[in-house]
Design a protein around this ligand. Structure first.
Ligand code: GLP
Length: 241
């Protein structure tokens, strides 16, 4: 595991964007795993700026997002599809059909999860998977206690995760109770993992991920077993290392 520490959120975001952009330039048809949450927003802004300046193209890139709330239509204001369209996709030259996100309203949940994995496999796997981290150590929507061996599947969201995301919903009780997420095995299958974390409230989750026991009680700790994992942190998130 490699740890890169930058002084603040902006520097962390720039560093992460540089790592992704360098790889897309080397491999224009990169398969990129993407995350939602507030943490990667700065990285997305930097990538958009590179595309605007003509320094980067997503024309041949395919993306797979980690997760989506169950029960939300793609055009729901709080769906992760809407989030990704607004924060990244509509500002870059990616081909819309090359942006994959689990569906919030699939006809058959189990079949949709299998299809999602099949799509990833058809693209020969994910080259770089971008991750944030929850305060309880969740990655994607893999909550504490989730088995390391799972591929894309349906999960029940923990109360703490629902509370953390309640700020985006009105009324807050409307936060969905379930989601579809790539599993920890799907994440571990990516050739390279880039975990971003910023701020003091993530420092304990980062410490346990990097220095704690590898345990299903702290999902991000599984990344200690990944052969090519980079944590890009700001000073505050790295404070307990
Ligand atoms: C959500 C997402 C995760 C994300 C986490 C942290 O639960 N499903 O992928 O990492 O939030 O979000 P933030 O970056 O806003 O702290």
């Amino acid at each position: 595991m490699k740890i890169l520490i930058e002084r603040d959120y902006d520097a962390m975001s720039k560093r992460a964007a540089t790592l992704v952009a360098e790889q897309i330039r080397l491999q224009p048809d990169l398969v990129l795993g993407l995350a939602t949450g507030s943490t990667p927003l700065g990285m997305y802004r930097n990538l958009i700026e590179l595309v605007r300046r003509g320094d980067l193209s997503f024309a041949a890139v395919t993306t797979f997002n980690l997760d989506e709330y169950l029960g939300l239509a793609p055009d729901h204001p709080q769906s992760y599809r809407t989030f990704m369209e607004e924060k990244l996709f509509r500002h870059i030259d990616i081909i819309p059909v090359n942006t994959r996100i689990p569906q919030g309203l699939p006809d058959d949940i189990a079949r949709h999860c299998d299809d999602y994995e099949r799509q990833i496999a058809k693209h020969d796997g994910i080259d770089i998977q971008v991750l944030g981290i929850g305060r309880n150590g969740h990655i994607g929507f893999n909550e504490p206690g989730e088995e390391f061996g799972k591929l894309t599947h349906c999960v029940t969201l923990s109360d703490s995760t629902r509370q953390a995301n309640a700020r985006f919903f009105s009324p807050p009780e409307e936060v969905p109770t379930h989601a579809i997420t790539m599993g920890l095995k799907s994440i571990m299958n990516a050739r390279r993992v880039l975990l971003l974390a910023s701020g003091a409230d993530k420092s304990e989750a980062v410490r346990r991920a990097v220095c704690g026991d590898v345990t299903e009680d702290h999902p991000a700790s599984v990344l200690q077993l990944h052969p090519n994992c980079v944590f890009v942190l700001d000073d505050a998130a790295a404070a307990k290392l």
